[in-house]
Write a protein of this length. Structure first.
Length: 675
C-alpha cells in the first residue's frame, strides 16, 4: 500500500461539511456538480439527501454546498441573489490559488493558470480574475501565449510539479517578468510520489478511485508510465483474480477522493486472492512483505492522544495549520495551539515545509479529525531544556513576542519573562524594537509548577563583552587606528566602543583647539576613527585620541604665518605676563606684555580684552614647541612709520623750505587727536 493514499484534507473537509449540513439544516440541500469525484461517496451522500444539480437555474431555494474545487465570485453572487444559503467547502489550498490569482490580476499582472481549462477548479480561479486569466495545460500551450506586461503564474492544485516548472520555464523565455506562485497542493504531490515509488517495486499496481477523478487518473497514468502493469478501478468488485496470477508483489494506491472503506475492501479482496498467496513463485517472505506493507499502512495511521510526533507543515491558513504526521489524514493545529505567546501572523511561526514536533490533542476519530498542538509539544521539550540550561548556565534562544509592563515576553518553548533591566547592558528606552527578534538569554529563575521562567539577556551580553574585551586587549596595539562608536559623553570626555570594549577619549585628546565640552566634537552614536594612545592591560583601561587622526594645524604654521607678517587674531586669554591670541582653531600665540603697546603696560587688560580682534606681527615661529611670539606694539610702530613716511612725502612746503622735526611730530599728534 502506498504510504500516502486516499482522502486528502480538502476532500474530507468537504464531506464533513456536507454531512454536518445534511444533519443540521432544514430544506433542500444541493451541490453544484458531484461533491467529490467518487461515485460511491456521491451516491451515499445522495441517499442522505444531498441533491446534485448542474445549474443554479434548476433551483429556487435551499442550501448550496460549494465543493472543494471552489467556484468563481459570479456564481456566489447569483446564489446569494437567489436567497440560497451557502456552505462553502472550497479547499483552503484552492482558496489560496484563487486569492493569489485575484491579487495578481488587481495589480494588472497577466495571470496564467497551469492546468486543465475544463476543470471546475481552474474555471473558478479564472472567475476570480474577472475572466482575464489565460490557461496553459503544458509547455506547448504556454509557448502560444502572449502577454503585454508582467505574468503571474498559479497552478491547478493537482498539477505535477515538473509540468508546472516546464511551463514557467517557457514563460520566462519570452523575456517577460514572471512572478511564480506555486499553488500545487502537497497532498497531491505526496500521493503521486508515493504511488510512483511503490509502482517501481511491485509487479502489478491497483489504483482505486473515481474514473472522473483527475488526480486518480493521474496516479494511474504515472504508475503505468513506470512500466508496471496498472489497473484503475472504482471498487473491489471490478478486480479480476487473473490480474494477480503469478504475481509476487502487488501494490495498491488510491486517489484523494477515495474513501477508506473502499480502499480497505480492495485491500482485503487482494489479500484473499488465492493466486497471490498460493503462487508457487511467492515464498513466505514475500507474502509477509505484502502483509507487512498493509500492516504498515494501518500502523502509519495510528497516532494516539498524548503522543508527541514529528510532522511536516503542508498548509498554512489564516487560523490553522495543516501538518502531515504520517497519519491517514493531515492533522490540524488551531492558531491558539501554535505558540505559548500571542501570534499576530501564523507565517511568523511556521511555514510550509517546516518539520515540527506536535502533541496529539485529539486522535483521529471516525470523521478523521486529528487535532494537534505545537505549543504543548514545544512546552514538553522546553521544560527539560530550560532545567538543563539553568543547571549548566548555557544560553537559551527565544523569540520576543510581546512587550508587557516591566519587560518582554519571550517564547522559549514556554512563556518566559525578561525584565526590562535585564534586556541589555544599559537602559533601553524603547523595548518594542526587540519584537520578533531571536535573542540569546540565560535562565536565572525557573519554577515549572508555577510555570515561571525568568531570563536575563544582560548576563549573556556581559559575558560576551568580557570575552571580547579580553580578546581585544590581547591584540590591541598602541598607535593603532581603530573604528569605534561613541556610547556615552561626560564632562571630561567620551566613552567609545571599539568592538566590544569601551575606551576613554579624554576631552584634551579630542581636538587641536580648546573645547569646553565633548559634545562640541562628538555625539552619542557617532562612528569615528580614533588612535589607541595607551593600553593599561592590568587595569583594563584604554586611552584613545581623536585629534591624532586629524590634520595637525601646527604642521603648516611656518608657511601660513611667516616671521614679519601681520595677521588678524582673537584675544582668547589674559595672563599677568601677556595675552594669548588665537590665529586659527588649535593655533595660539603669545603677545608678551612688553609687546602690547609703546608705553609701559602694568596689566594686559589696560590694552586688550578677551574676545577682541587685534592685528599682530609674527616675531618668531617654533612649530616643534608649538610656540609663536607676536607683537601688537610692532604693528603700531609700523603704522606710525608708514604714516610718517606718507606725511613727509605729501606735506606742502608753504613758507619755508625748511621743516623742523618738531613741526612734523606736532602735525602727527594733531592728526592723531583728530583721529
Ligand atoms: S488535493 Fe489538495 S487542493 Fe485538492 S482538495 Fe485535496 S487538499 Fe485540497
Amino acid at each position: 500500500m502506498a504510504l500516502k493514499a486516499g482522502f486528502c484534507f480538502g476532500v474530507k473537509r468537504a464531506i464533513d461539511m456536507a454531512r454536518a449540513t445534511l444533519d443540521s439544516k432544514e430544506g433542500p440541500i444541493y451541490s453544484l456538480g458531484p461533491l467529490i469525484h467518487n461515485p460511491q461517496v456521491v451516491s451515499c451522500l445522495a441517499r442522505m439527501g444531498l441533491k446534485e444539480i448542474n445549474d443554479l437555474g434548476e433551483i429556487k431555494e435551499g442550501t448550496l454546498v460549494i465543493r472543494s474545487h471552489g467556484v468563481g465570485p459570479d456564481l456566489l453572487e447569483t446564489a446569494r441573489e437567489k436567497g440560497l444559503e451557502i456552505v462553502d467547502a472550497t479547499c483552503p489550498n484552492v482558496r489560496r490559488a484563487q486569492d493569489l490569482a485575484r491579487e495578481l490580476s488587481r495589480e494588472n499582472i497577466q495571470v496564467v493558470v497551469v492546468g486543465d481549462k475544463e476543470h471546475p477548479e481552474v474555471q473558478g480561479i479564472i472567475g476570480w480574475t474577472c475572466g482575464k486569466a489565460m490557461v496553459a495545460e503544458n509547455p506547448e500551450e504556454a509557448a502560444e501565449l502572449t502577454a503585454a506586461g508582467p505574468i503571474g503564474v498559479v497552478a491547478q492544485t493537482t498539477q505535477p510539479q515538473e509540468n508546472f516548472d516546464a511551463v514557467v520555464d517557457i514563460l520566462r523565455k519570452t523575456g517577460a517578468e514572471v512572478r511564480v506562485c506555486n499553488t500545487i497542493c502537497n497532498a497531491t504531490a505526496e500521493r503521486q510520489k508515493a504511488a510512483l515509488d511503490l509502482a517501481r517495486q511491485v509487479d502489478v499496481m491497483v489504483v482505486v478511485g473515481g474514473k472522473n477523478s483527475a488526480n486518480t487518473r493521474k496516479l494511474a497514468s504515472l504508475c503505468h508510465a513506470s512500466g508496471t502493469r496498472t489497473y484503475h478501478i472504482e471498487e473491489a468488485g471490478q478486480m479480476d483474480p487473473a490480474w494477480f496470477r503469478g504475481v509476487k508483489v502487488a501494490g495498491l494506491t488510491a486517489g484523494a477522493s477515495t474513501p477508506d472503506w473502499i480502499i480497505e475492501e480492495v485491500m482485503r479482496r487482494m489479500s484473499e486472492f488465492e493466486e497471490i498467496n498460493s503462487s508457487e513463485e511467492v515464498n513466505n517472505e514475500e507474502v509477509n512483505n505484502i502483509e507487512e506493507g498493509m500492516k504498515d499502512a494501518v500502523e502509519v495511521k495510528a497516532v494516539r492522544h498524548g503522543e508527541i510526533v514529528t510532522g511536516t507543515v503542508v498548509h498554512v491558513g489564516l487560523d490553522e495549520v495543516m501538518v502531515d504526521v504520517g497519519a491517514k489524514s493531515e492533522g490540524i493545529i488551531p492558531a491558539r495551539e501554535l505558540s505559548c505567546c500571542e501570534v499576530t501572523s501564523i507565517q511568523d511561526v511556521v511555514k510550509v515545509g517546516d518539520e515540527i514536533e506536535v502533541y496529539v490533542l485529539k486522535a483521529e476519530d471516525n470523521e478523521g479529525k486529528l487535532i494537534l498542538s505545537k505549543e504543548k509539544a514545544d512546552a514538553e521539550k522546553a521544560w527539560v531544556k530550560l532545567e538543563e540550561a539553568l543547571n549548566t548556565q548555557e544560553p537559551v534562544q527565544g523569540t520576543v513576542r510581546e512587550v508587557v509592563k516591566g519587560g518582554l515576553l519571550v517564547d522559549v518553548g514556554v512563556r518566559a519573562f525578561l525584565p526590562a533591566s535585564l534586556v541589555d547592558r544599559g537602559y533601553v528606552e524603547d523595548l518594542s524594537k526587540y519584537l520578533g527578534q531571536v535573542i540569546s538569554t540565560r535562565v536565572i529563575e525557573l519554577n515549572r509548577g508555577r510555570k515561571k521562567v525568568i531570563l536575563s539577556r544582560k548576563a549573556v551580553l556581559e559575558e560576551e563583552y568580557a570575552r571580547l574585551r579580553e580578546e581585544l586587549l590581547a591584540n590591541l596595539q598602541e598607535n593603532q587606528v581603530v573604528k569605534g562608536i561613541v556610547r556615552r559623553l561626560t564632562q571630561f570626555g567620551a566613552f567609545v566602543d571599539i568592538g566590544g570594549v569601551d575606551g576613554l577619549l579624554h576631552i584634551s585628546e579630542m581636538s587641536w583647539h580648546r573645547i569646553n565640552h565633548p559634545s562640541e566634537v562628538v555625539n552619542v552614536g557617532d562612528e569615528i576613527e580614533v588612535m589607541v594612545l595607551k593600553i593599561d592591560r592590568e587595569n583594563e583601561k584604554i586611552s584613545l585620541g581623536l585629534k591624532q587622526v586629524l590634520p595637525n594645524p601646527w604642521d603648516t604654521v611656518a608657511e601660513k604665518y611667516p616671521v614679519g607678517s601681520i595677521v588678524q587674531a582673537k584675544v582668547v586669554r589674559l595672563a599677568p605676563f601677556g595675552a594669548f591670541v588665537q590665529l586659527e582653531p588649535g593655533v595660539e600665540g603669545l603677545v608678551h606684555i612688553s609687546h602690547l603697546a609703546e608705553r609701559h603696560v602694568a596689566k594686559p587688560d589696560e590694552v586688550v580684552t578677551e574676545g577682541e580682534e587685534v592685528n599682530v606681527k609674527v616675531l618668531s615661529v617654533d612649530p616643534a614647541e608649538k610656540r609663536i611670539r607676536l607683537s601688537i606694539r610692532e604693528v603700531a610702530r609700523e603704522k606710525q612709520t608708514r604714516e610718517f613716511q606718507d606725511y613727509s612725502h605729501n606735506k606742502p612746503q608753504e613758507n619755508s623750505d625748511v621743516v623742523t622735526i618738531g613741526d612734523m611730530v606736532g602735525d602727527l599728534f594733531d592728526k592723531k587727536d583728530n583721529d
